[in-house]
Design a protein around this ligand. Structure first.
Ligand code: HEC
Length: 199
């Protein structure tokens, strides 16, 4: 009985010594069973990375990559314009380019708002080609820059593709609107221009 007691005491003393004397630093986690779990071997963004030829961890996307989004507006805006700024490109746009937006009153109304901001100065609020800039030019006898009315014989039947193409690259004395308005916005404007064609 006495012997057992002594063994237990010695055992407990040895264990407590083992448990308390391992690390002096209280903040140290001590023995790490799986260091990978504490310290991830993954490369962080912006770090150098010897596995790539240029030594950088951040690699450029593959050439020709197109940003993609499941948001419809972002998708329409990120698709590259497929028609060249050439007579052939224009012919193709006239024949094949279609409005990716569904026609709706809301979209047409937003198109009207944008038209009044960006286009009406030349084309006029009703699309008659009598905007305020044109009036000034007429007054200065520097005539010849007047856009035709959208409901004139020349423009009343032009396709939505032709209207959009004009906003993409410009036409004659009219400049491009591709930096002021996104593709999505310009397709809304196209809807409103089509209304002006029928006026
Ligand atoms: C600085 C004046 C000006 C502004 C602003 C302007 N246009 Fe024009 N636009 C013209 C002139 C001038 C023409 C005639 C160009 C020609 O046929 O040589 C024209 C022609 C067009 C045509 C006919 C294209 C064709 O194929 O014959 C469309 C469509 C058109 N504009 C749409 C727009 C839209 C939409 C906006 C606004 C986003 C806009 N324009 C802003 C001056 C302007």
């Amino acid at each position: 009985m006495k012997k057992i007691n002594r063994n237990i005491v010695i055992g407990l003393a040895a264990m407590s010594l083992l448990l308390t004397s391992c690390y002096k630093d209280k903040n140290s986690p001590g023995f790490e069973f799986m260091p990978d779990m504490y310290r991830s071997p993954a490369y962080r963004p912006g770090e150098s990375n010897p596995n790539f030829a240029n030594g950088l961890n951040n690699q450029n996307p593959v050439e020709g990559t197109i940003a993609h989004s499941f948001d419809r507006e972002q998708m329409i805006n990120s698709l590259p314009y497929a028609y060249a700024n050439t007579p052939q490109g224009r012919d193709s746009a006239i024949a094949f380019l279609k409005n990716p937006l569904e026609k709706s009153d809301v979209a047409t109304l937003e198109g009207k708002r944008l038209y009044n901001v960006y286009c009406a100065v030349c084309h006029g609020a009703d699309g008659k080609g009598d905007g305020s800039v044109v009036a000034v030019l007429i007054a200065k006898e520097n005539y010849g820059l007047q856009p035709p009315a959208f409901n004139s014989d020349r423009l009343k039947d032009i396709t939505e593709g032709q209207i959009f193409h004009a906003t993409q690259y410009g036409k004659g004395n009219m400049g491009s609107y591709s930096s002021q308005l996104t593709a999505y916005e310009r397709w809304q404007v196209v809807m409103y221009v089509q209304e002006l064609q029928r006026k």
